[in-house]
Design a protein around this ligand. Structure first.
Ligand code: NAD
Length: 505
């Protein structure tokens, strides 16, 4: 089904209508309302018309997930894994098509959207394998003729609420392990990338996931997300997004004693010491600051550089940034795509004004880059200090701040001076300094001689301080967020044995 729309600039355009997926059926919202998904590189291009869902839709989705739980939980884990694996293989087959669609809907360049899709493939294959892994352990008892063991059990209905910057990878990090563990899911994707989210759900349906196990409800955080997290039938919430929204959700979840995994904001830093391989550090800084137009939770928005090499580093970085081509991510010569929407563009520019007021020195960029889409030039400020707002607040755009320091201790003090702690990196050829930084950096992820971005799914991902609440996604702990431990004791002695009292003789 498609609809004819008139864009803000009066252009008439055809766009496909996408639906919610509830209880195994594609359905319209009971609200009768819709919203559009736009191409950030061509803001007049409407990619799709989406359901602006309301509380009734959320209720129906939770009900469907609740009903499906018993059947799904009793489906053997290896059989659940087969479906997840099949989904990963379908994604693999369609990787190029999905990457192109993602570039259109989210803006990042094709190579990067290919990486995003690849993360979903990797996570699918990894999670599928977990179906044949041990889901518990046996532990010796202190008593004779008594058997003790543990078992992972699913939580029940889980809400997966996701942002737009990794529109396939992040939902996959949540949905694949969640269903693998036997939970049923209500998925609320970000409103800037609902089409790619719909594709993921279509693929899981094609892979054979039974109706009700995964339900998709599109719409705003206030109308959909909030209702979802408040519902008592939802036992677990896995949320990735801003610290502000995460804190709000945490209050609700805390009050209702729900399981909650939070992956929130970052203000990541690269430390460059005077003995570092400078061109390597510049390469890393450029990629970490401007990859995904700086819209990665792990983007390096602070470059903490030893004064002895700071000028050289900043000059080289400026030279490289000046050569970057900003434009439509589908074009092969584009280095950096647009930011996600108008509000993001305004926010990035506001921080340019803030930086100037704070007397940071604008070295490059600081301005819009064309009006066809939401484009901003790669922006570099120098002379940063840790008390600046630019050095403390998450900008989430192509803007980075060079901060001069005198030695490693000062670099670590500056690096640790924000409320966040997701990813940090150090460039040095001194092994002792590298190990000292690894120990002292208050960060969930640390890189040595590599930029702050580049996580791999077989390792845990997440941050400390206000970046989260202690949970990790992916890696060997991928199932922790989505399971409870059940401890089981079997006494086959035929008599009452008292732990801690009887000796087991
Ligand atoms: P956001 O918080 O605005 O939205 C994230 C999701 O939450 C969206 O689906 C949104 O609709 C929903 N939401 C918003 N308010 C809600 C509420 N009150 N109740 C329930 N749901 C609600 O974040 P965003 O702009 O989409 O993403 C950018 C942020 O995400 C940045 O802060 C970035 O650092 C963070 N992020 C973190 C990680 C990580 O792993 N730590 C990864 C990617 C992005």
């Amino acid at each position: 089904m498609s609809q004819t729309m008139t864009t803000e600039r009066g252009k008439r355009t055809e766009a496909k209508t996408y639906k919610n997926y509830i209880g195994g059926r594609w359905v319209e919202s009971k609200s009768g309302k819709t919203f559009t998904s736009l191409n950030p590189a061509h803001k007049d291009q409407v990619l799709g018309v989406m359901q602006a869902s309301n509380a009734d839709d959320v209720n129906a989705a939770i009900e469907a997930a609740h009903k499906a739980f018993s059947g799904w939980r009793h489906t053997p884990a290896p059989a659940r894994g087969e479906i997840v694996l099949k989904a990963a293989l379908i994604i693999e087959q369609r990787k190029d098509e999905l990457a192109r669609l993602m570039t259109q809907e989210m803006g990042k360049v094709l190579k990067e959207t290919g990486g995003d899709v690849q993360e979903a493939i990797d996570m699918g294959k990894y999670a599928a394998g977990l179906g044949r892994h041990p889901h518990g352990e046996t532990v010796p008892s202190e008593l004779r003729n008594k058997w003790c063991m543990t078992e992972r059990v699913p939580l029940g209905v889980v809400a997966c609420i996701t942002p737009w910057n990794f529109p396939m990878a992040i939902p996959s990090w949540k949905i694949f392990p969640a269903v693998m563990a036997g939970n049923t899911v209500v998925f609320k994707p970000a409103s800037d990338t609902p089409i790619i989210a719909t594709k993921l759900v279509e693929i899981l349906e094609e892979a054979g996931l039974p109706g009700g196990v995964l339900n998709l409800v599109t719409g705003s955080g206030a109308d959909v997300g909030d209702v979802l997290v408040k519902d008592p039938r939802v036992q677990g919430i896995s949320f990735t997004g801003s610290t502000a929204a995460g804190r709000h959700i945490a209050e609700i979840a805390g009050h209702n004693l729900k399981r909650l995994g939070l992956e929130l904001g970052g203000k990541n830093a690269i430390v460059v010491l005077d003995d570092a391989d400078l061109p390597l550090a510049v390469d890393g800084a450029l990629w970490a600051a401007f990859g995904t137009s700086g819209q990665r939770c792990t983007a390096a928005s602070r470059l903490i550089v030893d004064k002895k090499v700071e000028k050289d580093f900043t000059d080289q970085l400026q030279e490289r940034a000046a050569k970057m081509k900003v434009g439509d991510g589908l074009q092969p010569d584009t280095d950096m795509g647009p930011v996600i929407n108008e509000a993001a563009l305004k926010k990035v520019h506001e921080y340019t004004e803030i930086g100037k007021k704070e007397h940071a020195r604008l070295v490059h960029g600081g301005d819009f880059a064309g009006s066809e889409g939401w484009f901003y030039r790669p922006t570099i400020f120098a002379d940063g200090r840790k008390d600046m707002r630019m050095a403390q607040e998450e900008i989430f755009g192509p803007s980075t701040l060079v901060m001069p320091v005198s030695n490693l201790e000062e670099a670590l003090d500056v690096a640790n001076s924000t409320q966040y702690g997701l990813s940090m990196s150090i460039y040095t050829n001194d092994l002792r300094k590298a190990f000292h930084a690894m120990e002292e950096m208050q960060s969930g992820i640390v890189y040595v001689n590599a930029p702050t971005i580049g996580a791999e799914i077989q390792l845990p991902f997440g941050g400390v301080k206000n970046t989260g609440n202690g949970h990790r996604e992916a890696g060997t702990v991928a199932l922790d967020e989505f399971t409870e431990w059940k401890t089981i004791y079997v006494d086959y002695s035929g008599r009452l044995q008292k732990a801690q009292i009887d000796t087991g003789e």
